[in-house]
Write a protein that binds this ligand. Structure first.
Ligand SMILES: Cc1ncc(COP(=O)(O)O)c(C=O)c1O
Length: 382
């Protein structure tokens, strides 16, 4: 049976042509590390890392130097660095009611740091007007999941960022579900920092991501890792300059090559056009789902406020069994459960049942969405 991959929110598949070739080229023919040695192939590898930072900076309208694009092992690593490196005992932080555990788990680990949740409605949407009353004199950071990995709601990051700027609060965006799917504008959103994974909408391999940050944010950030950087080697102190200060140890160089190749595809395809394609499929899905009484959408139908992450509840049935049947009988690959975001499910009213999540990508087609809808109908009826 042919499978239909609808789990792009977990990780994107397939990757664009050329991504794996580029990683193989590095492994088979380059092999050098970056920032350490001066022979030709090591310098070539260093150039690829620089090109990757430049591509990320361009894609996200990043106003600072590409040196402030810190390469990480993924969105989780970037969020941990930003949260644990920035917040200090006595600080207060604000988070939305829709955060992923990549934000909540590091936050609850911090002793002496208080936080409040900004409420979201039953569609997972935050009203920026709810933020100012929650701000305290010691509020230093606001963290927001730009796109929900549970129901696809995209928050108004520009309005939230404007409030943060007015109150002198640093603004950290978790763009794990919007990077590559939705036009993200670091400058327009007044961001202090933003964490992205390479393996979702940016279409690269897993094990690579980036934390982009302003110089003001970086100057208040304590590195979580210390080690060799290939620079300032006369000292046992970490260098003060970026990216080295936050990039100790040898990075994931095959990942750097793969993500750099993937970003060429994303840039050439243009995020705006990738979004048009995904929203066309999203609309087809939403429209079809309305005619299936046994399957209920969780989240908004408003395309302007969402990305292609679609959560469905099968009332009266076991959602995990429905996901199993979708694969076993129809080859449709989804994710069921709580999607690492218990708070979001409490907001949406789907805790602890969870949902079956269908998430779209650039390679999905109308025929695949039609097949998914037919399968959902069958599973919801029999
Ligand atoms: C909203 C959100 N934030 C953070 C992450 C963590 O990303 P990664 O597992 O690539 O580090 C995910 C992953 O699903 C996510 O959906």
């Amino acid at each position: 049976m042919k499978t239909i991959y609808l789990d792009n929110a977990a990780t994107s598949f397939p990757k664009p042509a050329g991504v794996s070739d580029r990683m193989k080229t590095y492994m088979d023919s380059v092999g050098a590390t970056i920032n350490r040695s001066v022979y030709g192939s090591a310098q070539d590898a260093g150039m690829v890392a620089l090109q990757l930072r430049e591509r990320l900076a361009r894609l996200f309208h990043f106003p600072e130097s590409p040196t402030h694009v810190i390469l990480t092992s993924g969105a989780t690593a970037g969020l941990n660095l930003a949260i644990k490196g920035f917040l200090r005992p006595g600080d207060h932080c604000l988070v939305s009611d829709m955060e992923h555990n990549a934000v909540m788990r590091p936050l609850v680990q911090l002793e002496g740091v208080a936080f409040d949740r900004i409420p979201c409605d039953r569609e997972g949407c935050l009203d920026p007007a709810d933020i100012p009353p929650l701000i305290r004199p010691n509020t230093r950071l606001l963290i927001l999941a730009h796109g929900s990995n549970v129901c696809g709601t995209v928050q108004d990051a520009e309005a939230v960022g404007t409030i943060c700027a007015q109150h002198g609060i640093a603004f950290l965006l978790d763009a794990a579900q919007t990077a590559g799917h939705y036009p993200v504008d670091f400058a327009k959103y007044h961001l202090s920092a933003m964490s992205v994974p390479g393996h979702k909408g940016l279409l690269g391999p897993s094990g690579i991501g980036a934390l982009l940050m302003t110089d003001a944010f970086a100057s208040q950030l304590t590195p979580l890792l210390a080690g060799g950087t290939g620079s300032a080697s006369d000292s046992e102190l970490l260098p003060s300059f970026l990216p080295d200060r936050f990039e100790s140890g040898t990075p994931n160089i095959p990942g750097i090559y793969g993500l750099e190749a993937a970003l060429r595809f994303v840039e050439e395809s243009r995020v705006e056009l990738l979004r048009v394609h995904e929203m066309k499929l999203c609309w087809q899905f939403l429209d079809g789902l309305r005619d299936i009484p046994g399957a209920v959408l969780c989240g908004t139908e408003d395309l302007k406020r969402r990305c292609g992450v679609l959560s469905v509840d099968f009332p009266g049935r076991d959602n995990a069994e429905c996901a199993y049947r979708l694969e076993a009988e129809f080859g449709i690959l989804t994710r069921c459960g709580l999607h690492c975001a218990p708070a979001a499910h409490k907001t949406l009213g789907t805790f602890p049942r969870g949902t079956v999540r269908f998430s779209l990508g650039f390679a999905n087609t109308e025929a695949e969405v039609a097949a998914a809808l037919a399968a959902i109908r069958t599973v919801s009826e029999a």
